[in-house]
Design a binder for this molecule. Structure first.
Ligand code: CTP
Length: 136
C-alpha cells in the first residue's frame, strides 16, 4: 500500500483544492492531509483563516478521496509528519516547486500544476468586489 501526504490551509474550500487532493490520491492508495492550524496561519500571515480549523478539517475529511487528516501545528515539523504517517510520497502544488526537495531522502516529492485562476485569496478579493466572479 502506497501512502501519500499533502499539506495546506484549505480555507474557503474551492475546486483547486478538490483537484489537488484528487490528483494526490491517484499517486497511491491512501491520502493523508495535514491541515494547518489556525495558530500556524496567524503566525504566518498575521490573520486567521475565514473558516475555523474545525470546519476546514470537517470539509476535507468528508471527501471520498481523503483517508485521514491531521493538524499541522508547525512548518518545522514536515519531516516528522512524513515519518509519523509513514508517507511514501509527498504531493504539493507547484507554487511550492523545489521548496520541499530536502525531504527527498524520506519520501518521493511531487509538485503538481495548480488549477489556474482560483485561490482562496482571489475568492476573498472577488467577494469584496461588487459584480466580480471567478473565472468569468
Ligand atoms: N492549490 C492548487 N490550485 C489552486 C489553489 C491551490 O493546486 N488554484 C493547491 C496548493 O498548491 C496547495 C493546496 O492546494 O498544495 C492547498 O493550498 P492553499 O494554500 O490552502 O490554497 P490557496 O487557494 O492557494 O490559498 P491562498 O490564496 O490563501 O494562498
Amino acid at each position: 500500500m502506497k501512502r501519500v501526504i499533502t499539506f495546506g490551509t484549505f480555507d474557503v474550500f474551492h475546486v483547486g483544492h478538490v483537484n489537488i487532493l484528487e490528483r494526490a490520491r491517484s499517486f497511491g492508495d491512501y491520502l493523508i492531509v495535514g491541515i494547518s492550524s489556525d495558530a500556524l496561519n496567524f503566525s504566518k500571515k498575521g490573520r486567521y483563516p475565514i473558516y475555523s480549523q474545525a470546519d476546514r478539517i470537517k470539509i476535507v475529511e468528508s471527501l471520498r478521496f481523503v483517508d485521514a487528516v491531521f493538524v499541522e501545528e508547525s512548518l518545522a515539523l514536515k519531516g516528522q509528519y512524513i515519518q509519523e504517517h509513514s508517507a511514501d510520497v509527498m504531493v504539493m502544488g507547484d507554487d511550492w516547486a523545489g521548496k520541499f526537495d530536502e525531504f527527498k531522502p524520506l519520501c518521493d516529492v511531487q509538485y503538481l500544476t495548480r488549477t489556474p485562476s482560483i485561490s482562496t485569496t482571489e475568492i476573498i478579493e472577488v467577494v469584496r468586489t461588487p459584480g466580480a466572479s471567478i473565472g468569468r
